[in-house]
Ligand binder design. Structure first.
Ligand code: FAD
Length: 379
């Protein structure tokens, strides 16, 4: 059993950490306050080949694998979770479905530019009436001649306003529930594809989340991903991978909370000494450090299983569930350690709490993760 990252993984971690701490962390508060999508940062990340990490070389990737990718997600999110979710949604759920289930032609056409960071991808699964229960999808796709015609609404879609391509799930076999859902590659400049103004969110304010409306959107027949009726099975697998990256995002936020709280505790003096000398504060920091470390191990293990072609549904749900709860708790404790200053926007920890909360909701709520884990236990 070897828990050590190899030389190349350490190099990637150091490279992303340097970039994130030097170029992203200093602007993260401003991006949050302005709710501004950081195009320039995304371009730099593409220049560093970060979008290529999880994909194989034949499709424009670096072939490094999922573990180096989640390490990068953690480092980016430690600096700015908004950028972390933009990155994770693009790689894992936006590009992932085509990479995993697309034809050779689809992969060459779409995965290659996505891996090179030349375009952003989005994943449209959630609908106003179909969230946790995605089998209730109402968006339809009907084959007319050699074109699919899509109609429906997708809500809460990350990267929707900036993506060039969206993977959209839709019912092709009405009345067949989960077995009647298929997934499609939809170029976002197709007539009838429109995006609402972005939602005003609690956190992750520099990420883009918007509603997609599909009004008689016509796409070529060959834009079906895999076979008709396989969309539900596909997105369950896609979400297994996506959850590992949400876990990594959560670890990044939790680590940032610990970093900020530790530094502040050493600096802030009350009763004539730094508050880090009080055992009550030390115990909080010790608990945070322990939880962050264990959450990271869970995320790395799930990614390792995925990279080694082993089953990882249970482990990815556990990693996401645990890491997201650790992130919320760590951010709350960081605010407590900052005292009144923690409640003030001048300091970063209130942003960490607002950003962390989404980790317990996106790509399956904590309740749904528990359902997945219980099912894996044979319940
Ligand atoms: C910022 C943001 C980004 C997002 N990005 C994307 C994206 O890129 N693509 C995409 O497709 N979606 C995206 N989502 C949607 C997200 O995945 C859903 O919000 C999430 O899956 C929950 O669905 P819902 O909001 O409809 O909640 P609901 O399903 O209505 O759940 C409401 C509550 O009921 C609970 N609940 C539901 N069913 C059960 C059950 N069986 N047992 C116990 N409790 C249950 C839930 O846990 C939750 O607490 C995003 C959401 C946000 C806020």
């Amino acid at each position: 059993m070897d828990f050590a990252l190899n030389e190349s993984q350490i190099m990637i971690q150091q490279m992303v950490r340097d970039f994130a701490q030097n170029e992203l962390a200093p602007v993260a508060a401003e991006l949050d306050q302005e709710g501004r999508f950081p195009h320039e940062i995304i371009e730099k990340m593409a220049g560093l080949d970060l979008f290529a990490l999880p994909f194989s070389e034949e499709y424009g990737g670096t072939g490094d694998g999922y573990l180096p990718y989640v390490i990068a997600v953690e480092e980016i999110s430690r600096a700015c979770a908004s950028t972390g979710i933009t990155y994770a949604a693009h790689c894992s759920i936006g590009t992932g479905p085509v990479y995993l289930f697309g034809s050779e032609e689809q992969k060459q056409k779409w995965v290659v530019p996505c891996a090179k960071g030349e375009m952003l991808a989005a994943f449209g699964l959630t609908e106003p009436d179909a969230g946790s229960d995605a089998s209730g999808t109402k968006t339809t796709a009907a084959l007319e001649g050699d074109q699919w015609v899509l109609n429906g609404t997708k809500c809460f879609i990350t990267n929707a306003s900036h993506a060039k391509i969206a993977v959209i799930t839709a019912v092709t076999e009405p009345g067949q529930g989960a077995r009647g859902i298929s997934s499609f590659l939809v170029p976002t400049d197709t007539p009838g594809f429109s995006v609402s103004p972005p939602y005003d969110k609690l956190g992750l304010k520099a990420s883009d989340t918007a509603e997609i409306v599909l009004d008689d959107v016509r796409i070529p027949e060959e834009n079906l991903i895999g076979k008709r009726g396989e969309g539900f099975k596909q997105f369950l697998k896609v979400l297994d991978g996506g959850r590992i990256s949400i876990g990594a995002l959560a670890v990044g936020i939790a680590q940032a909370s610990l970093d900020a709280a530790l530094a502040y505790a050493k600096e802030r003096k009350q009763f004539g000494q730094p508050i880090s000398k009080f055992q009550a504060i030390q115990f909080k920091l010790a608990d945070m450090a322990t939880q962050v470390e264990l959450a990271r191990l869970g995320v790395h293990r799930a990614a390792w299983l995925k990279d080694h072609g082993k089953p990882f549904t249970r482990e990815s749900a556990m990693a996401k569930l645990h890491a997201s709860e650790v992130a919320v708790k760590a951010a709350l404790e960081a605010i407590q350690i900052f005292g009144g200053y923690g409640y003030i926007k001048e300091y970063p920890v209130e942003r960490y709490l607002r950003d962390a909360k989404l980790m317990e909701i996106g790509e399956g709520t904590s309740e749904i993760q528990r359902l997945v884990i219980a099912r894996q236990l044979g319940c």
